[in-house]
Ligand binder design. Structure first.
Ligand SMILES: NC(=O)c1ccc[n+]([C@@H]2O[C@H](COP(=O)([O-])OP(=O)(O)OC[C@H]3O[C@@H](n4cnc5c(N)ncnc54)[C@H](O)[C@@H]3O)[C@@H](O)[C@H]2O)c1
Length: 350
């Protein structure tokens, strides 16, 4: 089914079986980091669409029970070329979707060596194995952090890349590697630059330790009555002084990967993925209070180094070229996340 057609069906449908009426995809894909938050939801969507899915994850931050059957979980590292050769040489893989990585910006500032090793050096091993085994397509989880402090919002894909943390540097370096591997080996790649991903889908949610993301952080503070939730800075040049971010539901985000994978034929692709709407931290807080049905205490803490006042995506390019449309609101994200956290108060069992 062409991408535009799928996007047409999407608004009426809430689950993937309705999105693919009678038409199933075939083919085998490898999901790196598929035991993590976004990779696990992606795995679910790929299975529902008809793909055969193998996940590779070293479980440094992932959860075994987040990998839904019949996806096959291979416990291992993306830096292990022998293991990758073993996986990729036995069957024909159509695409690798690369989610594996370390993701905590402040940690990348204190331990940049680990971030460069994991996200770049081991990524090279993965790319070598992908090209050696002639996997034709590669989809990469990049980030808004590659833009650094934007000169304007909304941010378009053509805007300059000036990452301001080692984490952002690792993502930018990997984007450059993809371009070089494409020139050298003819690998077709799609770079997807995510803004702030939130929400839960089909029993799969966000279980990071430590949790540095706003929405799960607020919800966990409610569930566990921990210390007051801290808002980092209320003196930014925004309408209420708190930072403005662009939130995207994990389902909408993963659905965009399906469209991108299918569109990846004759040329390489780069897209931002956001909702094109900015919310202040206090607005997210108010949404959480509405969903949870109670006042949530917070206190104002000092600004964190590296937090820029406003980040909002232009997702006009992927809308125009692939017909993608995000379906879910901020309230949907908070509600789905809240439901997941209530049913998983201590996260995944393993
Ligand atoms: N969550 C967001 O809001 C967000 C925003 C922008 C970009 N991203 C990117 O999306 C991707 C997925 O993010 P997430 O929130 O699901 O993170 P996550 O930490 O939940 O998942 C990452 C997974 O990768 C695995 N992993 C890490 N290093 C590995 C290695 N060397 N070998 C094998 N497995 C390894 C971890 O065990 C984990 O299961 C990351 O690359 C991240 O940079 C996420």
């Amino acid at each position: 089914m062409p991408a535009e057609k799928i996007a047409e069906v999407l608004p009426e449908s809430r689950d993937m079986t309705a999105v693919y009426p009678g038409e199933r995809e075939t083919g085998r894909v490898l999901v790196t980091g598929g035991a993590g938050y976004i990779g696990s939801v992606m795995t679910k969507l790929l299975l529902d669409a008809g793909y055969e899915v193998t996940v590779i994850d070293n479980l440094v931050n992932g959860h075994r029970s987040a990998v839904v059957p019949p996806a096959k979980l291979v416990l291992g590292d993306i830096g292990d070329e022998h293991l990758l050769d073993d996986i990729l040489s036995k069957e024909r893989f159509e695409c690798v979707l690369h989610f594996a990585g370390l993701i905590v910006v402040p940690e990348s500032v204190t331990r940049p060596d680990i971030y460069f090793e994991n996200n770049v050096a081991r990524g090279v091993k993965l790319l070598n194995a992908v090209c050696r085994n002639r996997v034709p397509k590669f989809v990469f989880s990049s980030t808004a952090a590659v833009y650094g402090t934007p000169r304007k919002v909304p941010i378009t894909e053509e805007d300059p890349l000036f990452p301001e943390s080692p984490y952002g540097d690792t993502k930018r370096l990997f984007e450059e590697l993809l371009k070089a591997y494409s020139r050298a080996f003819g690998l077709r790649y799609c770079i997807l630059r995510y803004f702030n991903v939130a929400g839960a889908y089909a029993g799969l949610g966000e279980d990071h330790c430590p949790e540095t993301h706003l929405i799960p952080g607020i919800l966990r503070s409610v569930l566990h009555q921990e210390e007051k939730f801290q808002i980092y800075g209320d003196d930014y040049p925004t309408k209420d002084g708190t930072c403005v971010r662009d939130y995207i539901h994990v389902y909408d985000l993963c659905f965009a990967h399906l469209l991108a994978m299918r569109a990846l034929n004759n040329e390489n692709l780069i897209y931002n993925l956001g909702s094109e709407t900015g919310y202040t931290v206090k607005e997210v807080f108010a949404t959480a209070e509405k969903v949870v049905g109670e006042k949530i205490p917070f206190e104002i803490a000092r600004r964190r180094p590296g937090d820029v006042p406003v980040l909002i995506a232009s997702s006009e390019k992927i809308k125009r070229e692939l017909g993608w449309r995000p379906q879910k609101s901020l309230e949907d994200m908070v509600r789905d996340a809240w439901e997941w956290h209530q049913t998983h108060p201590h996260g995944y069992p393993d």
